[in-house]
Design a binder for this molecule. Structure first.
Ligand SMILES: CC(C)(COP(=O)(O)OP(=O)(O)OC[C@H]1O[C@@H](n2cnc3c(N)ncnc32)[C@H](O)[C@@H]1OP(=O)(O)O)[C@@H](O)C(=O)NCCC(=O)NCCS
Length: 149
């Protein structure tokens, strides 16, 4: 079942994201960061366990970002990641958003959903405010992709 995240999901979301962050697949998120952006998050719950998450963050006029997409290893390749991305598209459209972007180490996966690579300088400067506090700054290898909705 895919649903909006609740306060009780934060520990599981934190564990999921930071497990993959430890392997270099995702940027880490703190408990504070997750609590503060919890309304951005969708989760997939199976047998009362959180097995996947994805956040849709409003960036600027007409623009949202997909963040922190993570699917537990034991349920990968079942379409859960794709379902979370499609739900983010729907939510973004309902809000009147025109484009959605992602910063990722796996552009091939997002291209399956219609994202196309763009130069990072095409994105609003606002997004770099968070990058400055990241341990990977300024040598981050994340690739920017955008999809028009
Ligand atoms: C990437 C991830 C979210 C995919 O979720 P998922 O639920 O397993 O993926 P889906 O079931 O929606 O899609 C599976 C398909 O995507 C493909 N795929 C998976 N990872 C891929 C990658 N890195 N690059 C290209 N394609 C990929 C699979 O081969 C599969 O293809 P098929 O349908 O032709 O068999 C998941 O593997 C994950 O959490 N990875 C670690 C964290 C991460 O890298 N997150 C992305 C951060 S931006």
């Amino acid at each position: 079942m895919i649903r909006k995240a609740r306060l009780q999901d934060v520990e599981a979301i934190h564990a999921l994201i930071n497990k993959f962050a430890g392997k270099g697949f995702l940027l880490p998120r703190s408990f504070l960061g997750i609590y503060e952006s919890l309304r951005d998050f969708w989760v997939c719950e199976i047998n009362k366990r959180i097995v996947a998450c994805c956040a849709l963050h409003i960036t600027w006029k007409d623009l949202c970002e997909i963040r922190s997409l993570a699917v537990s290893s034991r349920v990968q390749n079942k379409g859960i990641g794709g379902d979370l991305i499609k739900i983010a598209f729907c939510e973004a459209k309902e809000m009147g958003c025109k484009s959605i972007f992602v910063l990722t180490f796996i552009p091939g996966y997002f291209k399956r959903f219609g994202f196309r690579k763009v130069s990072k300088d095409k994105l609003p400067h606002k997004i770099w405010a968070e990058c400055i506090s990241c341990s990977k700054f300024p040598d981050c290898k994340e690739i920017a992709l955008v999809k028009k909705l």
